[in-house]
Structure formats: C-alpha cells, structure tokens
Design a binder for this molecule. Structure first.
Ligand code: ABC
Ligand code: CA
Length: 483
C-alpha cells in the first residue's frame, strides 16, 4: 500500500515474541532474562479481534527473518534484530504458511501488515578474542564472506557520519557485523531481497531499522524495490539531521517530536510544552511531504515506557492522546493500552498475555479506542484532514498547556497533572468556530458552547486532556458520544 493509503491508518506495534501464543498458553516471561518467551504469528492471528476492537487497522511486527540461535552475550535474539539468514524465516515465530496466514487474516479484515526490516547488519558470535575479531562469515546468508562487510570498528563518534555509517553498532561481546552497503553486489542483493520479501508475504508496508547507519543514497532504490510505504528509524532528536532521510524513504518515525513530548510530560513542572510546537513546526517545514506520512509515537521497544517515569494518570492520558491529534500516522506500542510500566530495554518488552488481554475496566484501552474513533470521524468529516498541518494556538501558560488544532479536532493538553487547574483560550481570530457553537469533548461527552464571537474559554481542574469536536461533525448514530 502507498503512503497515502497508510496515512488514513492507525498502527499497533507488536514484538512478536511477547504478544500472544497461538495455543492460548501464557508461560512465565522474565524480561530480564532476554530469552524467547514463545509468542508467534499464530498468536497474533488469534488476537486480531483484540487489536481491531481498539480501532487499529494495521500492525507492525518485529523482524521476521532467521536470527542467531542460542545464547549470546546480549541474550537470545527474541526481538529479531540479529539476522543470520535473511532468506529464511525465524522458526520461533512460525512457518512461511503461518506468516502468509497472518497476512491473509489481516487483509480479510481490511487491515495492513507492516514488517520491520534490517539492512545495516547481521550477527554472528566472535570466534576469537584477538583484534580484529574473527567470525564464521559463512553463517551470514546470502552474503557469506568478510568482503561483504565493513572492516571491524565500533561507532565512537556520532558527529562523524562516516563513522556512524561504516563502523559497527554493538560492542566486542555482541558486535553487529556491518554490511558493506558501498559494495554493488551486496546492495543489489538487498534490493532484490526486499522486493521478494514484500511479494512473498503480501506485505503492505515496512518499518526500516537503523536508517542513519546506512548512506543516504542507498535508500531511494531500496524504497523503489519495496514498492510499498516505507517508514525509517532515524534515532535522533534533531529535525535538520533527520530531514534528508525523508527524501529516500516515504517518511520516518517522528523521533524529534517524540523526545519533545517525552521531555515535556515527564519532567513535572519543568517540562516545557512549547518545545513540542517548535519541533512539529520544524518537521512540517523541513521533511519531504512535511509531516503527513511520519510515524507518530510516544512509546516503543527501545525507550522506557511513559509509566516507568510518570504515574499520574491525567498526564499519561495526555501523552497517549498526542499521536492521534498530531499529523501523520499514530502508532501505539503493545501494552500501552494495558498500562504497562516497563523501563529501559529489556524491561519494556513485557509479555502481553500476562494481562489476560483484558478489555474490561481498562481506562487507557478505552481512551485509545475513543481516540482511534475520533480520528476516523475527523478523516471522514473533513476530506483535507490528512493533508492539513496541525496548528498550535498560542496560550498564556505556554510551558504547561498546549492547544492543538487540526479541524475538526481541537485538543487541549496539559502536563500539570490531576491536581492542577489549567485554562485555555481560543480567540475568535483563530477562525475555528462560529458563534454559540456546541462542541463535544469526545473523551467525556461533556459539551461546551463558544461565545457570541466564536471564541472559546475552558478551565479544568483535573489535568485531563480534552479533544473537542463540533457537535455537527459527529454522526448521530456513530460510536462517539451518540445523541
Ligand atoms: C542490547 C541490549 C540492551 C542494551 C543495548 C546496548 O544492547 O539488549 O539492554 O542496552 C536490538 C535489540 C536490542 C539490543 C540491540 C543491540 O539490538 O532490540 O535489545 O540492545 O544488540 C534499532 C532497533 C533496536 C535494535 C537495533 C539493532 C536497532 O529499534 O530494537 O536493537 O538492530 C541506536 C541506533 C538505533 C537502534 C538503537 C537501539 O541504537 O541508532 O537504530 N534501534 C543515541 C544515538 C542513537 C542510538 C541511541 C540509543 O542513542 O544517537 O543512534 O540508537 O543507543 C537524543 C539524541 C539521540 C540519542 C538519544 C539517546 O538522545 O538526539 O541521538 O540517541 O536526544
Ligand atoms: Ca552501516
């Protein structure tokens, strides 16, 4: 599917090993052990009702190819990022038929499949401790020789782009052998591989790993061979650094805004909401296609979960609201809906089955479900919703509040927490509403009415986010605050 088709979607991110087992089992899973816990593709198939029931219409699954087997210095390859043979699947997750069944099951529901792919490296255990280390390169298929890899050196200087691209991630205990992406044969192998992968498993989109560790001009032809939406991981808090990668791939995961949001909401009163607006505006101006195709997220498998640093549920709900009211495609990391609290990798990769896939009395799950429905209704109501830039209406307490407009949505956010009192005002000059217009906060179904000049003032004492939609934009028979 194309970037335009993906832009309407909402993505649920899954670490396959940690999501569900096909046979309904729920073995103990100690994240600290860094071992396979048993999740697989059949397990995902068995829980598609759970995912779709929250309003998601796409999933992103962790890498699917065969990885290094057994223990390494960094544990087992349960996350899938340590490939050994890219032409074979990871048997822990199932067979080729299982993966095709997942793809088919998704498509029958009109859902999309996004697969995580890694070009930058493969992994083998060192066979000597001398320097440079030696490896059995024949394990690394279909490459099979040291000439297909950059000479061993570890990344030491993130300010030196050649060092970032041609030296290795990891460390001597667990080196990620860096593919020679300057070598034409190697490059063509990767281009052909991605083309076949997408067609063999009817993949709709790709999350591309370690994008900043491969030269920029590798990516356009990679994306062309993929032929589907590509969203790249450029792990950086800096828009000018990230922007050029949006020329080769359709877009990138919106890491700069992620850091701004994370910092604004997890630093108590010193958190600064104004930085969010600044970062989004930079991204809108500097990315190719602006922010229309970015992946917008507030948690993932590489960063501590929000609830590992913040417990105030009003703040948590504000943070979770963000991806749905921002430009781009919302991505929710599995477990967020269940209130998971894991910290840094590996603690943030908890088994979802320990939640029992409970959908009753789960406030965050319901919050996400409502936000998915609100965004869908906004897309239906306003044909240009997806291609309008989110706009920030200046507020007097700019460090603790944010007024975010993307018609027909108006979100009022705060990092003040559940015992704060905050006010927002939207002047009539913003041109958003007419006089005496009824607006519905779709998160509570409470209503407010604009003034006789179309302006809006809201004061709240609960620190909760508000997502207003004009009453006229809601369907009387729809799921959002019907009637
Ligand atoms: C293993 C252990 C961890 C241990 C880690 C060092 O080694 O399990 O406990 O902490 C996979 C596994 C990981 C595993 C790694 C390494 O492999 O999932 O569990 O960690 O063996 C992608 C994937 C990620 C995956 C890989 C490797 C890449 O999403 O899951 O990891 O295939 C870098 C890469 C990025 C990578 C990330 C984990 O590491 O660029 O592609 N993610 C700075 C650097 C970034 C760097 C980041 C984190 O630190 O600039 O390049 O990401 O190390 C901002 C700055 C940023 C800065 C951040 C921290 O602050 O602007 O530049 O990022 O303000
Ligand atoms: Ca590299």
């Amino acid at each position: 599917a194309s970037a335009d088709e993906w832009s309407k979607r909402s993505i649920y991110q899954i670490v396959t090993d940690r999501f569900a087992l096909g046979n309904g089992a729920s073995p103990r899973c100690d994240t600290g052990e860094k071992k396979y816990c048993g999740g697989n593709w059949q397990g995902i198939i068995s829980k598609l009702d759970y995912i779709q029931g929250m309003g998601f219409d796409a999933i992103w699954i962790s890498p699917i190819v065969e990885n290094i087997e057994g223990a390494t210095e960094g544990g087992e390859a349960y996350h899938g990022y340590w490939a050994q043979n890219i032409n074979s699947l990871n048997a822990h997750f199932g067979s080729a038929d299982d993966l095709r069944s997942l793809s088919n099951a998704l498509h029958e529901r009109n859902m999309y499949l996004m697969v995580d792919v890694v070009v930058n490296h493969l992994v083998a255990n060192p066979t000597s401790d001398s320097w440079p280390q030696t490896f059995d390169y024949s394990l690394l298929q279909p490459f099979g020789g040291s000439n297909c890899f950059h000479p061993e050196c570890f990344i030491t200087d993130y300010n030196n782009q050649t060092n970032v691209e041609q030296c290795w991630l990891g460390y001597s205990g667990l080196p990620l052998l860096d593919l020679d992406t300057e070598n034409t044969t190697t490059v063509n192998t990767m281009y052909n591989w991605v083309k076949d992968l997408v067609s063999d498993y009817s993949i709709d989109g790709l999350r591309v790993d370690t994008v900043k560790h491969v030269r920029k001009d590798f990516w356009p032809e990679f994306a062309a061979n993929a032929g589907v939406y590509t969203v790249g991981e450029v792990f950086i808090g800096d828009v000018p650094y990230a922007a050029p990668y949006t020329n080769g791939l359709d877009s990138i995961l919106d890491y700069p805004t992620y850091f701004a949001v994370y910092n604004a909401f997890t630093n108590g009163a010193s958190g600064n909401m104004a930085v969010i607006a600044d970062m989004v505006t930079q991204a809108q101006n500097q990315y190719n296609h602006g922010t229309f195709y970015v992946g917008s997220f507030v948690e993932n498998h590489d960063n501590p979960r929000i609830q590992s640093v913040v417990s105030d549920q009003s703040i948590v709900k504000n943070v979770i609201t963000w991806p749905f009211i921002n430009d781009g495609i919302p991505i929710i990391y599995y477990g967020q809906e269940q209130g998971y609290q894991g910290g840094n990798d590996p603690a943030n990769r908890e088994a979802l089955w320990s939640s029992g896939f409970n959908t009753e009395s789960k406030p965050l799950l319901n919050h996400i479900k409502t936000l998915n429905a609100a965004r869908k209704q906004a897309i239906t109501y306003n044909p240009s919703f997806l291609y309008s830039k989110v706009n920030f209406i200046p507020q007097s307490s700019a460090s603790s509040t944010l007024a975010v407009s993307k018609p027909p949505l108006l979100a009022l956010l705060t990092n003040g927490g559940s015992s704060s009192t905050e006010s927002w005002s939207i002047p009539n000059s913003a041109g958003l509403f007419s006089a005496n217009e009824t607006l519905v906060d779709v998160l509570t179904c409470d209503t407010v009415v604009t003034g006789s000049d179309g302006s809006l003032s809201v004061t709240a004492r609960d620190g909760l986010p508000k997502v207003f939609m004009p009453a006229k934009t809601l369907s009387p028979t729809g799921s959002l605050c019907a009637g």
